[in-house]
Design a protein around this ligand. Sequence first.
Ligand code: HEC
Length: 169
Amino acid sequence: MRLFAFIGFLAVILGIAAAGYFFGGFYSISAVNADPAPVAWALTQVRNASIGRHATDIAPPEFTDPATVRAGAKAFAQRGCVSCHGGPGADWAKFSEGLRPDPPDLKDLADALAPREIFWVVKNGINMTGMPSFARVGVDDKEIWAITAFVKQLPKVSDEDFKAWSTAP
Ligand code: HEC
């Protein structure tokens, strides 16, 4: 019994110390230093598990049409994805290097991510990172599927094609 009382006492002390640390302003929210490795690992696991469970929408039939991919390229350029993620032959904005977590180069992820996952992330964003929710700013599902179709093709899109598609009238 004594042991349990002692463990309970320790838990209360720890709780008070943690509250003092975080609410007292001792924890630094600066984006200059990376999260400690175990924190970064845990956040990545939580993100991937969350996306995996929530992303259930099925791509529309026109998803693989070349016209959809081209429309997606244009939306990708116009909606500002390039500033943070770059694009074929297009540099990301300098400020994106100051974001933590880093916006990934999407052509490296395109094969590993399922269309439903890309769609969900673009639609909903990722809370507490720089990744915005595009549904919140009025981008409809059709356009988000087009962007998704383009992101899936990213590893194969040449600089010239991206330029032509993103500047098409
Ligand atoms: C202001 C910067 C910013 C903009 C603009 C932005 N993103 Fe992101 N995006 C991020 C960051 C930061 C992450 C990484 C989040 C993380 O590591 O959890 C990310 C992650 C992603 C991911 C990967 C999710 C995963 O599972 O690893 C995809 C896909 C993505 N963004 C697509 C897009 C598309 C498409 C657009 C444009 C419609 C866009 N992003 C616009 C910052 C941005």
